[in-house]
Design a protein around this ligand. Structure first.
Ligand code: UGA
Length: 426
């Protein structure tokens, strides 16, 4: 199938690579010239396992990148919208990019005779798909579903594992009131072995938020239990293992630590709180999820303060900046909050991350950026582990105090723990 994808962020690029591997012909559109050039030069614009290989295989035969949105829409049958929906602190999400894409599609449809299929993948609050349809109808003077079709098809890809997740989906959610686009999408994804759940627009939009909110709730729940366990001298990991063996609970997303970060959980939980509040309902659990998460990075500082009267002038190694391993994304990373607190306490920071240093250098240009994790350790008296990079289990920590915020030395690696080791919740 000939498919255009608007937005070459991690969702759009991974979708392009995945669909090309399934045999489809992809035009990837972005306003950023540099990104477009990189993709056409077979270079992955983000660090994502397996992506580079797929781009090398499918550019330019099955994937072409361009800034020319109108031509891309005209020459394809189906368009995915994968643009960003950035949010403000209070939870309001910005739909300018989504609405802008709808407008461009609508303008192109003024001249296109054949029926066009549009699929929204960006995370949007319930009601947005219907708003998009209205924009397209008003501008293109065409009617849904007779002249163009529309579906909401949320993504559940994890950064760092997005390529793997694309080919191994638990389910494919397709929200639409038009059976024709549902069939189109089933055909597009036919080689992915996953059950298809057909819903209406709002249900599909809400499934995405509820999925992320539930996972975030699991993490804040185990972090709250972890905070209690720490006070009682109990290892939370053993408790998590024990409850995870109950099939009704399951073992995943029960890793306690410094809290969740990234571009999704914090933004989606706050957007849901914001939307619920607008309707007159005050969500109690979601607020608590957020509150526990905001406080969790401070547990590291509390542990440090307990051991040292003052951190002023202390040499502290920060190992890990990304919000989780296998990504160079530092958005909402708990490591950044911890760095800010330590700067306020006038500590001397030696920072290292294998791939995520560049964006942090822009935020904190005066920190000491080490060439290697070992160099950061050697220059410090205290080490903080803030991203679960595998390589951090293989270092020589000597007898320096090591505070693990990410459970790097978990059950199978307990024997590798440094001599002077302390976990945030264990
Ligand atoms: C999340 C969801 O897992 C994806 O299904 C979803 O598609 C994506 O958001 C999105 O909405 O686009 P992602 O943010 O990439 O994916 O990362 P996760 O692997 O879910 O981790 C999120 C945060 O939770 C990380 O900071 C991670 O370290 C933390 N986490 C995760 C824990 O603290 N404990 C755990 O047990 C698991």
């Amino acid at each position: 199938m000939k498919v255009s994808i608007i937005g070459a962020g991690y969702v759009g690029v991974v979708l392009a690579a995945g669909l090309a591997e399934l045999g489809h012909e992809i035009t990837l559109v972005d306003i950023d010239n540099k990104k477009v050039e990189m993709i056409n030069n077979k270079e992955a614009p983000i660090y994502e396992k397996g992506l580079q290989e797929l781009l090398e295989k499918h550019v330019p035969t099955q994937i072409k990148a361009t800034t020319d949105l109108k031509t891309a829409i005209s020459n394809t049958e189906l368009t995915f919208v994968c643009v960003g929906t950035p949010s403000r602190k209070e939870g309001l999400i910005h739909l300018e990019q989504v609405k802008g894409a709808c407008l461009e599609i609508a303008i192109t449809l003024l001249r296109k005779q054949a029926k066009h299929y549009m699929v929204l993948k960006s995370t949007v609050l319930p009601g947005t798909s219907e708003e998009c349809i209205k924009i397209i109808e008003d501008v293109s003077r065409k009617k849904f579903p007779k002249d163009f079709s529309f579906a909401m098809n949320p993504e559940f890809l994890r950064e760092g594992n997005a390529v793997h997740d694309f080919f191994n989906q638990d389910r494919i959610v397709i929200g639409s009131s038009d059976a024709e686009i549902v069939e189109k999408l089933k055909e597009l994804y036919q080689d992915i072995k996953a059950p298809v759940l057909e819903t209406n627009f709002k249900e599909a939009e809400m499934i995405k938020y509820t999925n992320n909110a539930f996972l975030a709730t699991k993490i804040s729940f185990i972090n709250e239990i972890g905070n209690i366990c720490k006070k009682l001298g109990i290892d939370t990991n053993v408790v998590a293992k024990g409850i995870g063996m109950d099939w009704r609970i399951g073992p995943h997303f029960l890793r306690s630590g410094i809290g969740f970060g990234g571009s999704c959980f914090p933004k989606d939980v706050s957007a849901l709180i914001f939307r619920a509040t607008e309707t007159g309902y005050s969500p109690k659990i979601l607020r608590a999820v957020f509150e526990v998460n905001e406080a969790q990075p401070k547990k590291v500082i509390e542990l440090l303060d307990k051991k040292h009267n003052s951190l002023a002038g202390k040499n502290i190694a920060i190992l890990g900046l990304a919000f989780k391993a296998d990504t160079d994304d530092v958005r909402e990373s708990p490591a950044l909050q911890i760095i800010k607190e330590l700067i306020l306490e006038q500590a001397n920071l030696h920072v290292y991350d294998p791939v995520a240093e560049e964006p942090v250098k822009k935020l904190f240009p005066t920190l000491n950026y080490a060439e290697s994790a070992q160099e950061a350790i050697d220059n410090a008296e205290i080490v903080l582990l803030l991203t679960e990079w595998q390589e951090f289990t293989q270092l020589n920590y000597g007898d320096k105090l090591v505070i693990d915020g990410k459970n790097i030395f978990d059950s199978e690696r307990v024997h590798l723990r440094p001599k002077n080791y302390e976990g945030v919740c264990w």
